[in-house]
Ligand binder design. Structure first.
Ligand code: 5GP
Ligand code: ZN
Length: 143
């Protein structure tokens, strides 16, 4: 994708601080980290949505993300890490080339996910699961 900033990073057309690369994925430091060492793992091929990434590449992204998370613990003395992926603008995706965030975490790092826990009405759970199952497409052809 000619105008995609992350495709340009993969092509070496704009600079980034790389931490890992193989034939499928590319990993580099996020320019605006939640904590120092925050890494983005991206498919080399352009995909806007995580849903269209081929299984081998998607699996590699997760594996590389988890290994980088472990490296962050060992190298920078973090205690933990979050893997985060925003798929779609409403979910907070700003760069429209799919990317997995590896966010290093410490107990006193002052960062909190703004998480909430709603409650289901009686029977609502089963209804929702039925709808999901009816539309689940494991071929990966639909977004
Ligand atoms: P999103 O909100 O789409 O999940 O995250 C996009 C991330 O990309 C942000 O955390 C942002 O700091 C990072 N980012 C945006 N532009 C660049 C860039 O040119 N270089 C690097 N290294 N990171 C970028
Ligand atoms: Zn791209």
């Amino acid at each position: 994708m000619a105008e995609c900033i992350f495709c340009k990073i993969v092509a070496g057309e704009i600079p980034a601080v790389k931490v890992y690369e193989d034939e499928l994925v590319f990993a580099f430091l996020d320019i605006g980290p939640i904590n120092p060492g925050h890494v983005l793992v991206i498919p080399k091929e352009h995909h806007e949505s995580s849903a269209t990434i081929p299984e081998a590449t998607a699996g590699r992204m997760f594996r590389v993300g988890a290994r980088i998370g472990t490296a962050l613990r060992r190298a920078l003395d973090y205690e933990a890490f979050n893997l985060h992926l925003a798929d779609g603008t409403a979910a907070g995706q700003v760069v429209m080339h799919a990317h997995l965030h590896v966010v290093p975490r410490g107990v006193e790092d002052g960062f909190h996910w703004n998480w909430r826990q709603l409650r289901y009405a009686d029977g609502e759970c089963a209804e929702i699961a039925k709808k999901i199952i009816a539309r689940l497409d494991m071929t990966g052809k639909s977004r």
